[in-house]
Structure formats: C-alpha cells, structure tokens
Design a protein around this ligand. Sequence first.
Ligand SMILES: Nc1ccn([C@H]2C[C@H](O)[C@@H](COP(=O)(O)OP(=O)(O)OP(=O)(O)O)O2)c(=O)n1
Length: 124
Amino acid sequence: MEGEKKAMQEENTKMADVSLKDLSKKLEDFAKERDWEKYHSPRNLLLAMVGEVGELAEIFMWKGEVEKGLPNWKEAEKEHVGEELSDVLLYLIRLSDMCGIDLGDAATKKIVKNAIKYPPQATT
Ligand SMILES: Nc1ccn([C@H]2C[C@H](O)[C@@H](COP(=O)(O)OP(=O)(O)OP(=O)(O)O)O2)c(=O)n1
C-alpha cells in the first residue's frame, strides 16, 4: 500500500513537471501510431484548435461572470474545462511543431518582449 501511494505521488510529480517537449513527443507518437500524420497539416491543426476553443467557450456560455477558481462549479464541469483546455494546448503544441516553431523558446522570448513593451512602472 505504501509503495502504491509512493508510485502515485511520483506519477503526480511527473505530471506536474511535464514539459512542452514531453507533450510534443507524446503527440508525435500518438499521430504516428494511428497513421494520422497525414491529417496534421498546419491548417487542419489550426482549425481543430479553434474548434476546441469554441468547445471551451461553450462551457462558459450564458453563465454570466464567473469567479476565479470556479468555486461553485460541479466537479464534472471543472473536469470538462480541464479537458477542453488540454485539447487547445495539445493542438497548439502540435501546430507549433508542424510550423517548425519551438513554442517554449518563442513564448519565453515573447514574455521578454512584452516586459519591454509594458514596463512595470507604466502599469497602474
Ligand atoms: N485527428 C486528430 C483527432 C484528435 N486528436 C486528439 C487531439 C485532441 O486532444 C483530441 C480531440 O479529440 P476529439 O476530436 O474527439 O475532441 P473531444 O475530445 O473534444 O471530443 P468531443 O468533440 O466529442 O467533445 O484528440 C488528434 O491529435 N488528431
């Protein structure tokens, strides 16, 4: 039992520490194993990602303003949000790969660029 708990904790740590590169490799394997690489063109992936953004928006639709942390939401609804966010992220990573863009590198550079454009003292 102790061993099982430890293994679960290790798995949770692994999941929390997951990198964009890990996810990218898993997506590549997923597509290869199903012979789906032919479908993963940049345009198809972009449309698939936008579709998933729509599915995410659908969950929030007509709810009015929503409190941070979604405190009054049912667990199943929160799980659904997590799934749709994941679909968006996974298609975004795959799209970046199929465009030959290193997303981690590009995002890190963009954060630096944002900080130069919007210096802290300029914000109120
Ligand atoms: N050609 C495909 C189809 C799916 N996926 C993967 C990426 C997404 O994470 C997930 C999307 O699967 P679905 O199209 O089944 O979408 P949902 O999971 O949102 O299901 P539904 O639309 O029924 O809610 O599967 C993929 O990589 N390539």
